[in-house]
Design a protein around this ligand. Structure first.
Ligand SMILES: [Zn+2]
Length: 271
């Protein structure tokens, strides 16, 4: 499932490759991906020029003269650029053709969204997103955690508070900052807050620099180079903690799983 690093890379590539292109045709093979009837969607998009794309959490947000095109890959999928229509994948939910003959195809593994909004504020799912995780200052981050009694991991994966972090990128920052995922957010001390903020930035930036996670493709069909060898404890159940050698354990963290070193990340610090 793509998270902020993969979406940031796709956004930068869309910005570079698609900006200025004019939509000539739209093929829709799965109408439920859209938030408008197919004919209405085509009517507002045809002839529109892509003016630039940014990442908003796990959404790709493209500016158009008449509004915004909003794409979410949901649980994952391939969003691919094609210099011409001959390389379009057989299985595709939606494909855009541009006036210069190039195309953008979307092949979802499970389900995703291709939406249009006249104003971003009118789009419920995007309007309620918190700031992108890499755009948060330490002061913003401290303010987010303070006063919240819920588990710190659940809070950081809540896209309405901080956008772009999911179950892949949350694991190692908590480990690096020595914080158990189920600790109440408001129990973290100042040093822990600063360490966690720094660790989130390091992990996300490392992946961005390597082109994202190795299970996801970029706009040109290339896989990311941030593979599991970069993981410290994430998905390393039963292996040795790289810091102390204790056995990495998988635990339930609400509706998701967490990977912790029980020695480095005690639920009750100081005991
Ligand atoms: Zn350890």
């Amino acid at each position: 499932m793509p998270e902020l690093p993969e979406i940031m890379n796709l956004a930068a590539q869309m910005q570079h490759t698609l900006t200025g292109k004019i939509v000539q045709e739209i093929e829709v093979n799965q109408a439920k991906c859209l938030n408008l009837p197919v004919n209405a969607f085509r009517a507002v998009l045809l002839g529109q020029r892509f003016q630039g794309t940014t990442a908003r959490g796990k959404w790709l947000v493209t500016s158009l003269p008449s509004g915004w095109l909003l794409i979410s890959l949901g649980m994952g999928g391939d969003l691919l650029y094609h210099a011409n229509a001959t390389t379009l994948p057989e299985k595709r939910q939606v494909a855009f053709s541009f006036r210069d003959g190039s195309c953008l195809s979307l092949s979802l593994w499970w389900f995703g969204y291709v939406h249009y909004a006249r104003e971003l504020a009118e789009h419920g799912m995007v309007a309620k997103l918190g700031p992108n995780a890499l755009d948060m200052s330490l002061d913003d981050f401290r303010a987010l955690l303070q006063g919240k009694r819920g588990a710190v991991k659940t809070l950081l994966m809540d896209q309405s508070h901080i956008a772009g972090i999911g179950n892949v990128y949350i694991q190692d920052p908590l480990f690096k900052a020595r914080i158990h995922p189920l600790r109440p957010a408001n129990s973290l001390g100042e040093e822990e807050i600063a360490a966690l903020w720094q660790a989130i930035r390091e992990t996300l930036q490392e992946s961005v620099a390597l082109g994202g996670f190795a299970y996801e493709k970029n706009l040109y069909g290339e896989k990311g180079r941030w593979d599991t060898s970069y993981f410290q404890i994430a998905y390393r159940e039963g292996k040795a903690c790289p810091r102390c050698g204790a056995v990495v354990t998988k635990i339930k963290t609400g509706s998701t799983s967490g990977f912790i070193c029980p020695t480095c990340q005690p639920l009750q610090p100081g005991e």
